[in-house]
Write a protein that binds this ligand. Structure first.
Ligand code: FRU
Length: 613
């Protein structure tokens, strides 16, 4: 005891103290820092070094531990700032302990209290019409649900940096799937762990008994992840998703052995009168059921011998899809979405799916066929390199807004990045965007079904001025030198192509700096639709970025190609979404020229429409 007191006295003497803008900064000889202040302003602004060391930052209010965050506090240089919101603790004494930070760290000179947090929300690669977090890191879309006229989009969020960490659920809402309003973070890490991916539902029949007023309860299912393991937990909201309470008896589902046990997607299965949960467990999907959303029973698993297995299975989804317009009488199938990382066809992350039937207990797969060993054939939902963690909205309404519920319209969204380089893409205050919301449909090709993936109709409301060019016959090359006046890099191209005799139907999008993306349909032998981004602009931030992506395509007389371009991404679609291909690009300036080219014969661009978005 005596020894302890003496060593405490010594370390107090060795502590140096600095006062800056009412913040007392105490550092000791072990390189540990403590900040102390009375909260008088809304934020503490923390300087961050993008590739700096991850430091555990512990927050105490009046000596009570409140939470810990992992932040790359700037030691050598400041790349950007993140705000720690103190509004809950105004007028209180706050202490922040930061082991591993000594007094020479540059952040200690620049740390400050402020009522404002400003950043450049229009930075170069910030998309104009794709969803991005206000600042900080984003990965998977989570908990999408429609309720009371609002589409909710939650997402894996780090509010304290632009690299993956401190997983929380960010939150935004929209009434039209196009314009999004940011809401406060819905779920933050707690003593059970970080908040990983999951889903939301409307508890129509109050099965969980959380409802208190007239609003239906929204239930959120998510994975609590910590060093000891992963388990599933529940939170609920009785105020249209504005505030959330974590269920007191969390976790609701644990596993004794699996290390990867996550991403619950829950839906109501009418014929069984039960909730169903699909979960990614290593390389299979486990299915559980529950009458009340709290107690869960294991039903079955699916996956061994089916599809791609060169990575971990993540973010599953299971739903029934009808043939488009319900035209075909027997046109209804169950679709199981399984995201996989790594092991995608273009390297890294991708979305595969399975078509079959579900009886409330077991998923019976009809396509792709099983293989004897793992690593077999797979069906891919998108053939680009930047389409991951796609899951769908619960309770979607019809486009005109009348009625909502399962099975009316299946809308989904994906994270537009790839784990191979997501942490390194050259954006500044934020990292990652979502794809545009897409509609999934079942299409029959010969004897087989596929799932199509196409932008929601609502995106067309963004179209501003239009430029239309008709009947261009391309024998060798044909160039259009300007797509739009003052092109800001957010536009759409729709082209109707009629093939006369070409073996290669190609076009390149250029900027004046000679950067380009090459897209072509190749018809001899292996028929494919290809996008090459090797010369697209900035590519040197990762060895995995400069790639060529390719989708199988049929030889046809006519093709309709649609491209949604938004500063740093290109989403390509063929037909009604039979092919989709999503890729990031980082051009130094927008591509504003198109050069068509043909090989082995000619083709006609019957119509090219250019829309500013
Ligand atoms: C997929 C994923 C999920 C997990 C989350 C963590 O990208 O790895 O499986 O829940 O990200 O952020």
């Amino acid at each position: 005891m005596k020894k302890l007191i003496i060593s405490c006295i010594i370390s107090i003497f060795l502590m140096s103290c600095n006062v800056k803008q009412d913040i007392r900064i105490l550092t000791n000889e072990n390189g540990n820092t403590s900040l102390q202040f009375k909260t008088s302003q809304r934020y503490l602004l923390l300087p961050v070094e993008d590739t700096g060391d991850e430091l555990k930052t512990e927050l105490f209010v009046g000596n009570q531990f409140v939470g810990s965050y992992i932040i790359r506090l700037a030691k050598n240089k400041i790349d950007y700032w993140v705000p720690l919101d103190l509004s809950e603790w105004q007028g209180k004494n706050v202490r922040i302990d930061i082991p591993g930070l000594n007094e020479s760290a540059v952040c200690l000179k620049e740390i400050k209290l402020s009522n404002k947090f400003d950043f450049d929300s229009n930075e170069k690669y910030r998309p104009a019409y794709h969803f991005t977090p206000p600042y900080g890191w984003m990965n998977d879309p989570n908990g999408m649900v429609y309720y009371a006229g609002e589409y909710h989009l939650f997402y894996q969020y780090n509010p304290y940096g632009t690299r993956w960490q401190n997983m929380s659920w960010g939150h935004a809402i929209s009434t039209d799937l196009v314009h999004w309003e940011h809401l406060p973070v819905a779920l933050s890490p707690d003593s059970l762990g970080a908040i990983f991916s999951g889903s939301c539902v409307v508890d129509e029949n109050n099965t969980a008994r959380f409802q208190t007023g007239n609003e239906k309860t929204l239930l959120a299912f998510f994975t609590h992840s910590e060093r000891k393991g992963q388990f599933q937990s529940l939170a609920y909201s009785n105020d249209k998703g504005r505030t959330w309470t974590k269920y007191e008896n969390n976790p609701i589902l644990q596993h004794t052995t699996a290390k990867d046990f996550r991403d619950p997607k829950v839906f109501w299965h009418e014929p069984s009168g039960k909730w169903m949960m699909v979960l990614a467990v290593g390389q299979v999907i486990e299915i559980y059921s529950s009458p009340n959303a709290k107690e869960w029973t294991y039903e079955s698993n699916f996956g061994e011998g089916y599809g791609a297995h060169e990575g971990v299975w993540e973010c599953p989804d299971l739903f029934e899809l009808k043939m488009e317009n319900g035209k075909l009488k027997m046109g209804k199938k169950w679709v199981l979405i399984v995201n996989i990382n790594p092991g995608g066809p273009m390297g890294g992350s991708a979305t595969q799916y399975f078509i079959g039937d579900f009886d409330g207990k077991t998923f019976k797969c009809e396509a792709p066929s099983p293989v004897e060993r793992t690593g077999g054939e797979a069906l891919w939902l998108d053939f680009g390199k930047d389409h991951y963690a796609m899951v769908s909205w619960a309770n979607t309404p019809l486009p005109c807004g009348e009625g909502s519920g399962e099975g009316l319209r299946r809308l989904a969204i994906a994270w537009m990045s790839n784990w191979e380089y997501a942490n390194d893409v050259p954006t500044h205050y934020f990292r990652s965007a979502m794809t545009v919301p897409r509609e999934l449909n079942l299409i029959k090709k010969g004897n087989e079904y596929i799932v199509s993936n196409y932008p929601v109709k609502e995106i067309e409301n963004l179209r501003k001025e239009t430029n239309t060019i008709e009947n261009i016959f391309v024998e060798n090359d044909y160039s259009i030198d300007k797509l739009l006046d003052n092109n800001q890099g957010a536009y759409e191209l729709v082209m109707d192509i009629e093939n006369q005799s070409a073996e290669i139907i190609g076009f390149k999008l250029f900027n004046d700096l000679g950067e380009f993306v090459d897209l072509f349909i190749s018809l001899p032998e292996k028929k494919c639709y290809v996008m090459d981004r090797k010369s697209s602009g900035k590519i040197d931030f990762s060895d995995h970025f400069a790639t060529v992506t390719s989708a199988p395509i049929e030889a046809k007389k006519a093709y309709r190609l649609r491209l949604l371009i938004d500063k740093a991404s290109i989403e390509c679609f063929e037909g009604d979404g039979e092919i989709s291909m999503t890729n990031l690009v980082f051009p130094s300036e927008p591509y504003n020229r198109i050069g068509f080219y043909a090989k082995g014969g000619g083709f006609t661009v019957k119509k090219l429409a250019i829309y500013r978005l």
